[in-house]
Design a protein around this ligand. Structure first.
Ligand code: NAD
Ligand code: ZN
Length: 250
């Protein structure tokens, strides 16, 4: 790892008055959750179930809960890693105003970032919710019913369909979260994108917006991204070790 690059990152953080951290699947690989693009990962085994099909078909809903149970066996016990912890430290010191994440694993909150400072653009897979009234359901409540005879869960209050609280392909982006992410991006002077291939839009529009608005952009990612050219600093490295060093003394 290049010490000069880590120092440059530390300086940028030190001189920032209000920073935003933007994360993708890459920050969670060190917790054992495969990212989207790695071949043979859990994600490319199945064609994704689109939102419209989930709504239209009870069999699709059953298939989606079957997959969710399998996925939980594989990664349900993942714990935050040193990258998540370093981000939580930056939030605790007040340097970082919020974490905008594409991840659905809840590991930023588990690492200690307060709920209200995590903006989840693609929802959260660690609980479920009614699609009609929004009432929250814990996964265990769903599993108890589903595992008996694959009965599908329905909302106690309104009989609506219950789904994990993630944003599926074909589902509208969450309005409040998109608005908050927009505001926070415009309010920051430093935008640090980490562990994202920056190809999934509209999420990947935020680093672009930050640059257009005059903020500094840092990209930390193992592989090059199409946005490297517009960044003030690019680190092609693993997130955990880099961040641990960069957050010392900021
Ligand atoms: P992506 O898989 O497209 O890109 C991840 C990037 O992180 C890759 O370019 C990879 O080189 C890099 N990377 C992997 N491990 C790294 C590490 N330890 N240090 C530095 N870089 C590392 O991820 P994306 O941009 O977030 O897009 C994928 C979509 O899939 C998102 O919309 C997300 O919602 C979803 N997803 C979420 C999770 C999760 O919640 N943990 C996991 C997989 C996919
Ligand atoms: Zn309901």
């Amino acid at each position: 790892m290049d010490k000069k690059e880590v120092d440059a990152l530390r300086q940028l953080i030190k001189h920032s008055k209000r920073a935003v951290v933007f994360t993708g699947a890459g920050i969670s690989t060190e917790s054992g959750i495969p990212d989207f693009r790695s071949p043979g990962g859990v994600w490319d085994k199945y064609q994704p179930i689109h939102f419209q099909d989930f709504i239209a078909s009870a069999e699709m809903r059953r298939e989606s809960w079957r997959r969710k149970l399998k996925l939980d066996e594989l990664i349900g016990h993942a714990e935050p890693n040193s990258g998540h912890k370093a981000v939580a430290e930056l939030v605790a010191t007040g340097k970082v105003a919020c974490v905008i994440t594409q991840n659905i694993d809840g590991l930023h909150q588990q690492a200690g970032v307060p709920d209200e400072q995590v903006i989840e653009l693609h929802g959260n897979t660690t609980y479920a919710a009614c699609l009609d009234c929004g009432k929250r359901y814990e996964l265990q409540q769903v599993y108890i019913i589903f595992q008996q005879d694959e009965s599908l869960p329905h909302c106690d209050d309104c009989q609506g369909i219950i789904k994990t609280a993630t944003i599926s392909f074909g589902q509208a982006m969450p309005e409040t979260e998109m608005q908050r992410a927009h505001q926070e991006t415009l309010a920051c002077d430093l935008f640090i994108a980490m562990g994202s291939s920056l190809v999934v839009f509209p999420a990947a529009g935020f680093p672009q917006l930050a640059v257009r608005n005059g903020a500094r952009l840092v990209i930390i990612n193992r592989e090059p991204t199409d946005m490297d050219e517009m960044a003030d600093l690019v680190l092609h490295a693993d997130i955990g070790p880099i961040l641990q060093q960069a957050v010392v003394d900021v």
